[in-house]
Design a protein. Structure first.
Length: 500
């Protein structure tokens, strides 16, 4: 059955700006997915709760809105399933159309079914237990069918369970402020930057509501290189503080692996996966309940500007967020294409392959964006719905990569071992796996001149001045102020990968 038939039947897509996307069926989404609550100022104000399930958004209209108050039951009228694209919908539905009025995103995040059986089976049985990981709504909720109906719509009740996130007296209308998005976060003010610059080699820096104890600020971490530098730890703290509003959207709600070079990039660095032992209370963290004995249990989660500054002070240079988010840790939200140059691969060769990927993605109707790694390669980041398994994203990236390689076999090796690749590039699809990561957009790389990994518009691949290490910590803020982040609009985009 077409689950969106009712959705389409109610709407005239020549008139309404609402999405008219075909909801793709997906095998199952037992491990959780996105949710949204939209504030809908229609004839009557209400809040629409939508949960991503099996390729659509199952939806309820909640007249008084969801609440964190565990003593309150809210009527929730089950309405027609909506397409996945509706997750991001905001706008005016014109007068005379179904649902006429204005729609804004009131909360967004991820949800996780927690009861017995599949979420669909729980819905069919009339009681769904679930956790919400939103900006406003957090903790455990229950939806339960009352048996009453209004017209052809079932009446349900939405309840907040009494847990650590419950807040008695919490009123929906007191929380109508816009949800955080890019710029949610703020970098340092002029005064805060001046204080950082004026500080001696160590001191306390007030930033993002936190007193940070900074040390060894004048230590050179990066020698000069690529026409830039040298750069000190103070420069690194400055970069990660200023880039925070653009970088945090790639880090929030994800475990992060860190590469530290406390003695500078010419000394050897090391990977830090576990939460640093001296991490302050305010630093985000996540416990991997599935960790095998002896493996990392507690990971850092970087979700505020001060956390980036704190990490920089620790000599953290590279940030590698997981491709999955906390609420659905077994399901990636990015599929990653990695053009990993060999010793005889030129940057022009890399660009040839990147353009072939562009053509392949366009052919498949899938959106992605390239980024220079700051070292020699280019990666392409493709947002996906959390209905995919890692095996599915890996299989898809491998198939697209093999099809690109078939056009330029002279440039690509499929050998696993570096010394057997004959200097050729590798199209590494294997990073699409649990615990595997690639370097984040806007992360610094451990090389002379402190190059930065920067997202690009596709057209920029044709810019003759493009270099993989074109931007560094001294000029990347000019770049982002001028061009923004070409990848930002794809964050969270619910794309279903086609079968290949
Ligand atoms: Mn509505």
């Amino acid at each position: 059955m077409d689950r969106l038939e009712r959705y389409r039947a109610k709407r005239d897509f020549d008139r309404t700006p609402e999405p008219h996307h075909e909801g793709a069926a997906s095998p199952d989404s037992a491990s959780g997915a996105s949710f949204v609550v939209q504030r809908h100022q229609a004839q009557r104000l209400h809040y629409d709760l939508r949960l991503e399930l099996d390729g659509v958004l199952v939806s309820w209209a909640v007249p008084k809105g969801p609440t964190l108050d565990p003593g309150v039951r809210r009527l929730a009228v089950r309405v027609e399933d909506h397409p996945l694209d509706y997750l991001r919908f905001e706008g005016e539905i014109p007068r005379g159309e179904y649902g006429a009025g204005s729609v804004s995103v009131w909360d967004v995040g991820e949800w996780l079914p927690v009861g017995d059986g599949t979420p669909q089976a729980q819905l069919d049985a009339g009681t769904l237990h679930f956790d919400l990981h939103g900006h406003k709504l957090r903790g455990r909720f229950v939806l339960t069918r009352t048996g009453r109906s209004s017209g052809d719509a079932d009446q349900w009740l939405l309840l907040k369970k009494d847990d650590d996130e419950a807040v008695p007296g919490w009123e929906t209308a007191d929380h109508d402020d816009p949800v955080p998005s890019v710029a949610q976060w703020h970098g340092p003010t002029e005064d805060e930057l001046a204080a950082l610059d004026a500080m001696g080699s160590a001191g306390a820096w007030s930033f993002d509501g936190v007193e940070l104890g900074l040390t060894n600020l004048d230590k050179v971490l990066f020698p000069a290189g690529a026409g830039r530098g040298p750069f000190t730890k103070r420069d690194l703290v400055r970069h990660y503080s200023c880039i925070a509003p653009w970088l945090l959207p790639y880090l929030e709600q994800r475990p992060v692996n860190l590469q530290r070079f406390p003695n500078g990039v010419e000394a050897s660095g090391f990977w830090q996966k576990n939460l640093p032992s001296n991490a302050p209370d305010w630093l985000g963290r996540w416990h991997d309940d599935a960790a095998k004995p002896g493996r990392t249990e507690w990971y850092s989660v970087i979700d505020r500007p001060a956390a980036l500054a704190w990490m920089a002070n620790l000599g953290v240079i590279e940030l590698h967020p997981w491709t999955s988010r906390l609420a659905s840790i077994d399901r990636p939200s990015w599929a990653l294409i990695d053009i990993d140059p060999g010793t005889s691969t030129t940057f022009d060769d890399v660009l040839v392959m990147a353009r072939l990927f562009r053509t392949a993605l366009a052919h498949l109707g899938i959106e992605g964006r390239p980024k220079v790694t700051g070292q020699r390669g280019v990666q392409i980041w493709v947002p996906v719905t959390t209905t995919h398994t890692f095996e599915q994203t890996r299989t898809w990236v491998e198939a697209v990569s093999r099809s690109v390689a078939s056009i330029v076999p002279e440039l690509v090796s499929w050998s696993w071992r570096t010394d057997e690749r004959g200097g050729l590039a590798r199209l590494d699809y294997t990073q699409n796996a649990h615990h595997k990561t690639l370097v984040a957009p806007w992360s610094v790389r451990p090389a002379p001149g402190a190059p930065v990994s920067v997202p690009l518009e596709w057209e920029e691949l044709d810019d003759p001045g493009l270099r993989p290490d074109r931007w560094g910590i001294d000029d990347v803020m000019d770049r982002v102020r001028e061009r923004g982040d070409p990848l930002a609009s794809l964050i969270g985009r619910p794309q279903q990968l086609s079968r290949f």
